[in-house]
Structures are given as structure tokens and as C-alpha cells.
Design a protein around this ligand. Structure first.
Ligand code: HEM
Length: 505
């Protein structure tokens, strides 16, 4: 009887919400602006949600090919959402009208998880975002800070190389996805927290926090797309789970801070100030005219760690995948790296500067497999006009970085891996003309490019110099799996395995 009553209540409230949603949907449509961008037809309530697959960049591209190759308006639930799919349109949004699209929408899960959206990547445009970004850039991601962290990169490289040698000595196939992920995790953990979390109870907790975080952040919440149905998040337990994960994560970060303050048993690296120490120093000294509290420290720590771990490992993993699938490029890049290094044990940054083909290989991989194919949306803070279309205030903006890199109007044979196209090109990851934007652009562009590229280049130069790589027996170059996994960053769906032989001059 009790269950029947509850299900009756749910049914009634569902129908009630549905009627309100349909009314709202039609009333919203009648007030929309004069010349909106082209849109596919929508369903009441869900809008275009039914047309999206988990690999959202692919769904966006196939829809924009039919409806709007530059700009297309979708309705994700009741939220108007602009999809940007060409370099011209990206330039308008991220450069010409950057200030109108530099804010971030109010997303419930980000408020819950990231300390009321204090994290740089999700914070609304304003003073808090500016200060948090300043901390991150100054003490973690500037050229000077990246230089300071070179000791950590080198120590971690030595460990990674030894680990591969150990696998070889036991005749084991190398799981490159795992090796790369462990390396990037080691570098970012030490640069962020001043220590690694790879073993024991702390390691277990860290792994669990990371997994839980990924689960809740990639979950679909009705509150963010169909606010009228937000009650489903409550009864499904999704809200409670997000709250639990936020608490668990907070506990972890508190532990990291307390441990650092006590400075017991920690890995201290001469001349290196991990980000956590810089933040605690700023906290102690105080910041004139603003509060820099514990939540701001924790959000900043997450910026550094989350921003630069998975992205860096995804890019490195895709580079090795493409090289193994293209042996002539692999041979060419190894020859270049080895010629520059000339048998030295230690590869310097000056050496890497001379590795033009390696840089072309990384750029070509970032074009085909940008680690963040569609970054978290921005939001229009006012009504504006872009490429002749009216964009209403409140519209969420999704830039399809993946589609821009594969635009056949810009790139010859866009789906093919051809690093040579970047050898003599005036287009690169810094001077990109919005033709290739794996780091986004404008005010909300990635502040971690220099940090990220330093880890990627150093790791790849060492892997390619010190080992000869081949696919495991029975795997042919043309059958290397290129499928992407669903997630915040675009990793390979199937881990990359390879055989390695040590190389000595
Ligand atoms: C290969 C490495 C990386 C790639 C491909 C990458 C990619 C991106 C992309 C596409 C965006 C969104 C930009 C936009 O919306 O225009 C972004 C933002 C961001 N990235 Fe990175 N990233 C990388 C490394 C890093 C590192 C190492 C850090 C840590 C310092 C970092 C921290 C951030 C932050 C904090 C934002 C948000 C910026 C804002 O909203 O103001 N990223 N990244």
C-alpha cells in the first residue's frame, strides 16, 4: 500500500513537471531572438539530448555537418547550447568576442565538488577566478616554475626507465598506457602535493578518490539540463553520492594539507617548492583585500593536479599509439632524437628544443586526438551577435576542438596521421590561428600548456631515445586500436601494449 502510494506520488509529480516543462519550452521558444543559429528539430523537455552519444565530440560533429558547420544551436534539455565547430567560429568566440563568453555556467556538480566552483576551470569570470588563476600560473605553471620542477621530471624519468628495463629483463610486454599514466601522475603529484600517492593506505585512498570523482563528474544530472526534473537526482541517489564524494575528497585534501604542515616523512626536493607549500605560504602571509581560505587552497590544488595529469598522459599515450601504427614516423623520430642526444645519458631541455620532428609528431597527435575534445562549457554573459547569428544571454558554449582539428576545409587528408605537415608549417601549438586548439584559447584557454608540454616532450624524448619499440607479436600496424574511451579526457579505450628493447649507441 505504502509503495503504491509512493509510486502514485512520483507519477503525479512527473506528469506535473512534464506539463510545466512543455509550457516553459514553448514559452521560451516564443521569446528567442531574431536570427538564432541553425538547429536540428527538438523534442519537448529533452530538446536534442537524445541525439548525443557518450563521445559527445563525435555526435556534435555529425549534427553540425548537417545543420551548422560553424555554429549550431542545440537544446540540451531546456538549456540553449551553442556548438562551435570551425576555426573561424572559434576565433570569433575565443578572441573577437572573448569577453562576452569568458564565464562559466552554474553547474550543480561543480558547485558541490569544487568548493562552490572555486576551481579555475569552472569558476565564473571575475576576481576570484583571476586570483586563483594567478596563483596557479605564478607558482605552478609559469616558465620559471616549470623550470624549477625539472628536478622532479628528471627523477621520475629515471624511475620510469628503470621500470621499463625491469619489465624487459622479465621478458614482459610493456603496458605503455600504465607506464605513462604512472609517470605523469608521479610528476603532478610531487609538483602539486610534494609527494606521491602510489602505495599504502594513502595510495589506496587517492586512487579511490580519483575514481569516485570521475564517476560523479561524468554523471548526467537533470538539475543542469532539465531543472524541472531535478528531483530525479535526489530520488536516484545521485545528489547524495556527489555529496559523499565531495566529503571524501575534502577529507583527502585536508589530510594532504595537515601532513604538509607537519612535514613529517615527506619527499623533500632541493630547490623545489611544491604548489601546496606556495599556497600555504600565501595563506599564512594573507592576501591584501581578499580572503584566501582553506577552500581556495583545496580548489587550487585540484586545478593543478586534475588539470595536468590525465591530459598529459592521454596525449603521450596517443603519440606512442600513432607512432607504433606508423613505423616510418617512429623510425624518423627516433633517428632525430638519437642524433640530437648523441649517446648522452641525460636529455636536456636544449636538446629537446632541437627536436623539430618530435614536436611535429606531438602537434599532429594533438590535432587528431586532443586530450580535451570538448572542454567544459562557457556561458554567454550578454546577448550578442556572432557571424550574423543572435546568441542569447545564458546560452552555453561548447567548442568542438576535436572537429576543428579534423576540418577537411583546413586540413588535407584530415583523418590521416601525417606529422610532416607541421615540419615547415607556420601553424603550431602556439601560433595556431585557431586551426588547431588542443589548449583552447582566449582568457579561458589552458594556463598549463608549458607545464604539460614539458612533461610530454621530456617523457617521449626519453622513451624514444632509450628503447626500440614494436607492437606485440601478432598485432599489425593497421590493426592498432584507435577507439576512444568515455571520460573527461579522451584516453584510449584499450590500453597500449608494446615490446621494448634497450637501445645503446
Ligand atoms: C597536454 C596537456 C593539456 C591539455 C591538452 C590541456 C587542455 C585544456 C583545454 C582544452 C582547456 C579548456 C580551454 C578553453 O576552454 O579554451 C584547458 C583548461 C585548463 N587547463 Fe589545461 N590542458 C593541459 C594541461 C594542463 C596542465 C598541466 C594544467 C595545470 C596547470 C592545466 C590546467 C588547466 C586549467 C586550470 C584550465 C581552466 C582555465 C580557465 O578556465 O580559466 N592544464 N586545458
Amino acid at each position: 500500500m505504502h509503495t503504491m502510494l509512493i509510486s502514485l506520488m512520483y507519477t503525479v509529480s512527473f506528469l506535473f513537471t512534464l506539463i510545466i516543462s512543455i509550457k516553459l519550452y514553448y514559452s521560451n521558444r516564443s521569446t528567442t531572438n531574431k536570427n538564432p543559429p541553425p538547429s536540428p528539430p527538438t523534442f519537448p523537455v529533452i530538446g536534442n539530448l537524445h541525439q548525443l552519444s557518450p563521445l559527445i565530440h563525435r555526435s556534435f560533429l555529425s549534427l553540425s555537418n548537417r545543420y551548422g558547420p560553424h555554429l549550431m544551436l542545440l537544446h540540451l534539455g531546456s538549456v540553449p547550447s551553442l556548438v562551435v565547430s570551425s576555426s573561424e567560429a572559434a576565433q570569433e568566440i575565443m578572441q573577437t568576442y572573448d569577453h562576452e563568453f569568458a564565464s562559466k555556467p552554474n553547474i550543480k556538480i561543480f558547485k558541490t565538488i569544487f568548493y562552490d566552483s572555486k576551481e579555475v576551470a569552472v569558476a565564473p569570470y571575475g576576481e576570484e577566478w583571476r586570483q586563483a588563476k594567478k596563483n596557479l600560473v605564478l607558482h605552478y605553471a609559469s616558465a620559471k616554475a616549470v623550470q624549477m620542477f625539472s628536478t622532479i621530471r628528471d627523477q621520475e624519468i629515471a624511475l620510469t626507465i628503470n621500470e621499463i628495463k625491469d619489465l624487459i629483463s622479465c621478458n614482459k610486454v610493456v603496458n605503455l598506457s600504465e607506464v605513462i599514466s604512472e609517470h605523469t601522475n608521479g610528476v603532478s603529484c610531487r609538483a602539486t602535493f610534494g609527494r606521491k600517492y602510489n602505495s599504502g593506505e594513502a595510495g589506496r585512498k587517492f586512487k579511490q578518490v580519483s575514481q569516485n570523482l570521475l564517476e560523479v563528474v561524468t554523471h548526467f544530472y537533470f538539475a543542469d539540463s532539465i531543472p524541472q526534473l531535478a528531483w530525479i537526482d535526489k530520488i536516484s541517489g545521485a545528489n547524495a553520492k556527489a555529496d559523499r564524494v565531495a566529503e571524501f575528497m575534502d577529507e583527502f585534501l585536508e589530510g594532504a594539507i595537515e601532513e604538509r604542515i607537519a612535514k613529517t616523512d615527506l619527499d623533500v626536493c632541493e630547490g623545489v617548492e611544491p604548489f601546496i607549500d606556495a599556497l600555504l605560504r600565501i595563506h599564512k602571509e594573507g592576501v591584501k583585500g581578499r580572503s584566501f581560505n582553506r577552500s581556495a587552497i583545496k580548489a587550487n590544488l585540484m586545478d593543478a593536479y586534475l588539470g595536468g595529469t590525465d591530459t598529459v598522459s592521454a596525449l603521450s599515450e596517443w603519440v606512442m599509439t600513432e607512432l607504433l601504427a606508423h613505423p616510418s614516423s617512429l623510425k624518423k623520430v627516433q633517428e632525430e632524437v638519437r642524433t640530437v642526444v648523441k649517446g648522452k645519458e641525460y636529455i636536456t631541455e636544449e636538446d629537446i628544443e632541437q627536436m623539430n620532428y618530435l614536436k611535429a609528431v606531438i602537434t599532429e597527435t594533438a590535432r587528431l586526438h586532443p586530450p580535451v575534445p570538448v572542454p567544459p562549457s562557457r556561458v554567454a554573459t550578454q546577448d550578442s551577435k556572432v557571424m550574423g547569428f543572435d546568441i542569447a544571454k545564458g546560452t552555453r558554449i561548447y567548442v568542438n576542438i576535436w572537429a576543428i582539428g579534423r576540418d577537411p576545409k583546413v586540413w588535407d587528408k584530415p583523418d590521416e596521421f601525417m606529422p610532416d605537415r607541421f615540419v615547415e608549417s607556420s601553424v603550431n601549438l602556439v601560433k595556431h590561428d585557431f586551426k588547431i586548439i588542443p589548449f583552447g584559447g582566449g582568457r579561458r584557454g589552458c594556463p598549463g600548456r608549458v607545464f604539460g608540454m614539458a612533461v610530454v616532450e621530456n617523457l617521449l624524448a626519453n622513451l624514444l631515445c632509450k628503447f626500440d619499440w614494436a607492437l606485440p607479436d601478432g598485432v599489425k600496424e593497421d590493426s592498432v586500436n584507435m577507439e576512444e574511451a568515455f571520460g573527461l579526457t579522451s584516453h584510449k579505450k584499450i590500453q597500449l601494449l608494446a615490446t621494448a628493447k634497450p637501445f645503446t649507441m
